[in-house]
Design a protein around this ligand. Structure first.
Ligand SMILES: CC(C)(COP(=O)(O)OP(=O)(O)OC[C@H]1O[C@@H](n2cnc3c(N)ncnc32)[C@H](O)[C@@H]1OP(=O)(O)O)[C@@H](O)C(=O)NCCC(=O)NCCS
Length: 161
């Protein structure tokens, strides 16, 4: 039986934060998701304010409950930077990530970007494998001094229509 859920994508609302906050059960989980600048502890209030202050995207189920999310930052010169990509723990391992990454790339392209960048930790082998398979290229090793997530890399994907 195919249990792949049908998810719709929309812009995140402050009220989504209460559903997304429990996806990260430790500070390290939160760092793996969103990098070393994520507050410790992560709070619903902080996430709500982030959703209010800049566009984040969520995929929602039939009940309008978020099941995945990401943020795209326009860095100028054709560069869209992907951050905060995550799938709800109960939805992981269903093969959703690649299709979502394709949607993210399409969203970036439609917003005028010609390349997409992201950072990923060496220890996040699962995410790295997805990005490698989608054709992301290694740009450089990041300076990981003081980063609780350890070494990470900066990657890039050239976008085509
Ligand atoms: C990274 C993340 C989005 C991937 O989503 P997912 O639903 O688990 O991924 P999928 O089910 O689509 O799996 C994609 C591939 O990873 C493989 N995979 C699944 N679980 C794995 C694991 N624990 N370790 C290594 N590979 C794994 C799958 O087999 C599949 O590869 P294949 O098609 O070649 O067999 C999700 O794990 C997540 O939200 N992680 C926490 C936040 C995070 O790390 N975000 C990325 C920041 S850079």
């Amino acid at each position: 039986m195919d249990d792949t859920p049908f998810l719709d994508r929309r812009k995140a609302r402050a009220s989504d934060a209460v559903f997304i906050y429990p996806w990260f059960s430790s500070h390290l989980d939160a760092v793996m998701w969103a990098g070393p600048k994520i507050p410790d502890p992560l709070t619903v209030e902080w996430l709500s304010s982030e959703f209010r202050s800049a566009v984040h995207w969520v995929w929602v189920d039939d009940d309008d409950t978020p099941q995945a999310m990401f943020k795209l930052i326009d860095k100028g010169r054709g560069r869209a930077h992907l951050t905060r990509f995550a799938i709800a723990p109960a939805m992981r391992g269903k093969g959703l990530a690649r299709g979502m990454m394709q949607e993210i790339a399409d969203e970036a392209y439609e917003a005028g970007a010609d390349h997409l960048t992201l950072n990923v930790y060496h220890s996040n082998a699962h995410a790295r494998r997805i990005y490698d398979q989608l054709g992301f290229q290694l740009v450089e090793e990041n300076d990981s001094t003081g980063d609780p997530g350890g070494p990470s890399v900066h990657m890039r994907l050239d976008l085509e229509g």
